[in-house]
Design a protein around this ligand. Structure first.
Ligand code: SAH
Length: 368
């Protein structure tokens, strides 16, 4: 039993079953035993590999996306360049190297990293220290100024609640204790959930026994981002920025149970060994875009990652890198491009969506 499992079991014995979203928060971010707090989970020797760790091309193309949008906003100076959950800092390091091609960009940006993990903040300091980043734990501390925000594989780590449909009502799936001990198990609450209009809107076709997720934390974060992208009242400024969200997920919304645990590159039971495995849920892009539109942001996409990277020029970037590479390196560049864009790999499961202020240029890669 992990130390965190013992703490959770004790709490359940005291208070009764806890929501899956409370469980997920504890497993990922408990100040002493949380998964992200205690380690660097990324890379081949870690538990999973993300797109920026597959190839520098990913971050470079996102850097050019930012530079292009900053240019089209009229080069506001200064502006906040924000990354949510920067991991090892690889995406941002590659992005800044590429965006430096646009004169003025590096000097105008104020780099802001939103990171909960002390272990990963250290790595980010090593990679990005020379850009003088500021670390925040919440977006509410962000300055009111033009903002470009990037989030890759961040939203999947935000806690979700889960519900089961029974006799036309939603009952919440909770984490309780097995009858004979401290094993954690899923229990369905007997009382119907109280706040379900959003579930009904997201899943109007739900049938009895369907399981559906409510990305409550993601929805409030998207609201907060959308509010940031609005011009300050009376400023007359037409455009305040854009946010790019890339993650694995689904669109349109559909009832499904996607909470999963990954450890050493393989799946296992999310209720076993909390704190030792990465817990994530697929991102419900329709729920996020609906929340953004309600907060008066303009929404773009989602596009499949393969289509998005192709529109941004991954073929050309791969060809340029290959032109100066050894045969072995050429093979690696080609394999990475394939992994990022192929429909059987990350090309379709991963999606890109953007939010912008209402009166705004079209962000690169997306179409009206
Ligand atoms: N974007 C990186 C890392 C993805 S892993 C990449 O693509 O490689 C998820 C990242 O989000 C980690 O850096 C993790 O520590 C951070 N994170 C997860 N939940 C968080 C939260 N609630 N607040 C801030 N950071 C969080």
């Amino acid at each position: 039993m992990t130390p965190l499992q013992a703490l959770i079991a004790k709490r359940i014995r005291r208070e009764g079953p806890i929501s899956l979203s409370d469980y997920m928060s504890l497993a990922l971010l408990h100040p002493e035993h949380g998964y992200y707090v205690t380690r660097d989970p990324l890379g081949r020797r870690g538990d999973f590999v993300t797109a920026p760790e597959v190839s520098q091309m990913f971050g470079e193309l996102i850097g050019l996306w930012c530079a292009d949008y900053w240019n089209r906003m009229g080069q506001p100076t200064p502006f906040s360049l924000v990354e949510l959950g920067p991991g090892r800092g690889s995406l941002m390091a590659d992005a800044l190297r590429a965006a430096a091609a646009l004169p003025g960009f590096l000097d105008a940006k104020e780099l802001v990293l939103v990171e909960a993990s002390p272990a990963l903040r250290h790595l980010q300091q090593d990679r990005l220290g020379r850009y003088q980043p500021q670390w925040l734990t919440s977006l509410s501390e962000l300055k009111q100024q033009a903002t470009l925000l990037i989030a890759n594989e961040f939203f999947d780590a935000l806690p979700v609640r889960q519900f089961t449909r029974r006799e036309a009502r939603w009952l919440e799936n909770m984490v309780g204790l097995s009858e004979c001990g401290d094993e954690l198990c899923l229990v369905i609450s007997r009382e119907p959930a109280r706040h379900t209009p959003l579930l009904d809107r997201l899943y109007p076709q739900a049938q009895d026994d369907d399981v559906a997720e409510l990305p409550a934390a993601a929805i409030s974060l998207v609201h907060e981002i959308a509010l940031r992208l609005r011009p300050p009242r009376g400023s007359g400024a037409p455009v305040q920025g854009a946010a790019l969200i890339i993650d694995y997920g689904y669109y349109p919304s559909q009832p499904c149970a996607t909470l999963q645990a990954v450890r050493a590159h393989s799946h296992h039971d999310p209720l076993v060994a909390p704190g030792e495995a990465d817990l994530t849920a697929h991102v419900n892009f329709e729920a996020l875009l609906m929340a953004a539109a309600e907060a008066d942001a303009r929404t773009w996409g989602p596009l499949d990652q393969g289509a998005f990277l192709t529109a941004l020029g991954i073929e050309q970037r791969a060809a340029a890198l290959a032109a100066q590479a050894s045969p072995a390196q050429r093979q690696a560049i080609d394999a990475a491009k394939h992994r990022l864009t192929d429909p059987g790999q990350m090309g379709v499961l991963f999606k890109a969506a953007a939010l912008t202020a209402t009166a705004t240029p079209v962000p690169a890669g997306f179409t009206e």
